[in-house]
Design a protein around this ligand. Structure first.
Ligand SMILES: *Cc1c(COP(=O)(O)O)cnc(C)c1O
Length: 417
């Protein structure tokens, strides 16, 4: 994504970007707006232009902006105790771990600060299990083409998209890729890798591929993967960083697939915008001992106290039902728009409130062009690759807001068609 500031757009931006551009490393292509405040599903830029936020910090602001519960949790925790070291017991960390375990298939949790860091922990845990339980010397983790697992060295290696790896070699050894939702290809990859002696330690997948184009996992595929893992003592790791914590209308993405992973990771939506990551696993594969893994900020009282409040909101009556209902409303609306513009739109897909609109491959229109067009009309969306427009609003989005977003999209597509 490279939404570079064009000159005339920059001229209308009341925030002066000169020093920002001078002092901040240019790792991001940025749209030429500066967001300054928000409330619910709305945000405002430096010129007080209002936007309907269907990005939510990329599937992160579960409760939207300035939610009273979030304000209360943040205030309460900062007034009480915000950070101590894992040298000591941290009650909010224990309480969040208990909530996560009681609301998932996992038995234990480790806390860190981001999705990539949670996935690093999962990779380390799977490798230690392979070494100490199975005696594998060079354990391999199979991941999927078009996957996304983060930006650290190990996680860009796990990510099955060469564009994220370019110029960063040598990559981390021990990763092999196979096509997503393709059981025959996976079986062939496994058979080849384990032909002489077993080497495959884990299979790591997203329940729904987010960055790779909003591609839901196929139930039959995942059930067969689960069986293969059981037969061979291979660990199944699910990266729930984007789809976990209520985004799909279930608490966890894997609930849509009727399987249970051995290990899974969470981040983005878990803290409602306060940075936190979590690694969760079954006790059968919890081989970590004191000294094996750590994080200075990980599991601090502030992040855990706030994340627990976010999690408790997921349990409020009607909360997840709203995610399902608004998701269905959005997909139906997008289907109707797809029918109006058959020359532009190839497919609508998603679960709950993570949805994608795929543009036809053979036309020139790109996801970034659609994102720019709706932004002008006051709607924020985010691409998921060059041809998919992603809709990941706060989970508290209302029926009227979904209708408004659909209206803006329809207007923007009419002008682009
Ligand atoms: C965003 C994302 C990550 C990386 O999370 P960070 O917090 O940016 O490190 C990993 N996996 C998936 C599936 C993601 O969507």
């Amino acid at each position: 994504m490279s939404p570079d500031t064009t000159l005339d757009q920059a001229a209308t931006l009341s925030y002066d970007t000169t020093s920002f551009d001078q002092y901040v490393m240019k790792t991001y292509g940025r749209f030429p707006i500066a967001l300054t405040h928000g409330e619910g599903c709305r945000v405002w830029d430096a010129q007080e232009k209002e936007y309907l936020d269907f990005v939510a910090g990329i599937a992160t602001c579960t409760l939207g902006h300035a939610h009273p519960k979030l304000i209360e949790a943040v205030t309460e925790q900062i007034k009480t105790l915000h950070h101590v070291s894992n040298l000591y017991y941290i009650p909010p960390q224990g309480a969040l771990a208990e909530w996560l375990v009681k609301h998932s298939c996992a038995d234990r949790a480790f806390f860190c600060n981001s999705g990539a860091e949670a996935n690093e922990g999962a990779i380390k845990l799977a490798r230690k299990y392979a070494h100490t339980v199975r005696g594998l010397e060079n354990p391999i983790i199979i991941t999927a083409h078009a996957s996304f697992h983060g930006r650290t060295l190990a996680t860009i290696t796990a990510t099955g998209q060469p564009k994220y790896q370019k110029n960063f070699n040598p990559l981390v050894p021990g990763f092999v890729y196979s096509p997503y939702n393709d059981i025959e290809a996976l079986e062939a990859t496994l058979a080849e890798l384990d032909a002489e002696t077993p080497q495959v330690a884990a299979i790591m997948l997203e329940a729904l591929q987010g960055e790779g184009g909003v591609r839901p996992g196929d139930k039959d595929f995942f059930q067969r993967v689960r069986q293969l893992c059981d037969e061979k003592d291979i660990l199944l790791i699910l990266d729930e960083v984007q789809v976990g914590a209520g985004r799909t209308g279930q608490i966890w993405g894997y609930e849509n697939l009727d399987i249970e992973p051995d290990i899974f990771t969470s981040a983005k939506g878990l803290g409602g915008g306060i940075p936190i990551g979590a690694l969760l696993c079954k006790s059968s594969c919890d081989v970590f001992e004191p000294g094996d893994h750590a994080s200075t900020f990980g599991g601090n009282p502030f992040a855990c106290g706030v994340a627990l409040s976010v999690c408790q909101m997921l349990e409020e009556p009607g909360f997840l039902a709203n995610v399902c209902d608004r998701g269905q409303q959005l997909r139906q609306g997008l289907q109707a728009i797809a029918a109006e513009f058959p020359g532009l739109i190839a497919e609508v897909r998603g679960w709950g409130l993570i949805n994608g609109l795929e543009l036809k491959a053979e036309i020139e229109l790109t996801s970034i062009a659609v994102v720019k067009a709706v932004m002008e009309q006051g709607l924020l969306l985010v691409p998921a690759g060059p041809k998919v427009v992603r809709f990941v609003p706060p989970l508290i989005v209302s029926e009227a807001e979904v209708d408004r977003a659909l209206g803006i999209l329809r207007t923007a597509l009419s002008s682009l068609a």
